[in-house]
Design a protein around this ligand. Structure first.
Ligand code: ZN
Length: 135
């Protein structure tokens, strides 16, 4: 069955890094740069793997209408970091494992911790950035 993009309530970009290595500083800088440029919700800074994620990371939650601005910007400015971008629809496992895109090197995703049943699609949540720079 052909699916509608109306299924996508929001997107996440997960930015991965290794604590104590150069990638951590790159991720901190990228987080600042995104916050300066885009109205998004920047998530918790996790310095260890959590959930299905194989490395430390932070999450950028964003509304569907930001995709065409933010994702190309991340393509050009990811500083060598791996970034997982997935839609948020009703099925988390499918969103993370079957339907995502990667910027940089793709990493493993532990699908066993993700629900493979339909639930509520996750909305972006409250914007917690105040962009002042044009991307
Ligand atoms: Zn996510």
């Amino acid at each position: 069955m052909t699916r509608s993009i109306g299924e996508i309530a929001s997107y996440h970009a997960h930015v991965y890094f290794v604590p104590g290595e150069a990638s951590e500083a790159s991720a901190r800088l990228l987080r600042e740069e995104v916050g300066d440029r885009f109205a998004v919700q920047l998530g918790t800074w996790w310095d260890r793997p959590v959930g299905p994620h194989a490395l430390a990371m932070f999450q950028i939650a964003f509304a569907p209408d930001l995709f065409a601005g933010l994702v190309p910007w991340l393509m050009l400015n990811h500083k060598g970091l791996s970034i997982l971008i997935h839609p948020n629809t009703a099925n988390q496992r499918r969103d993370h494992v079957v339907d995502p895109i990667w910027i940089g090197t793709a990493l493993p995703v532990d699908e066993t911790v993700l629900a493979d049943e339909d639930g509520e699609a996750e909305l972006r949540g409250a914007v917690n950035t105040t962009p002042t720079v044009t991307p």
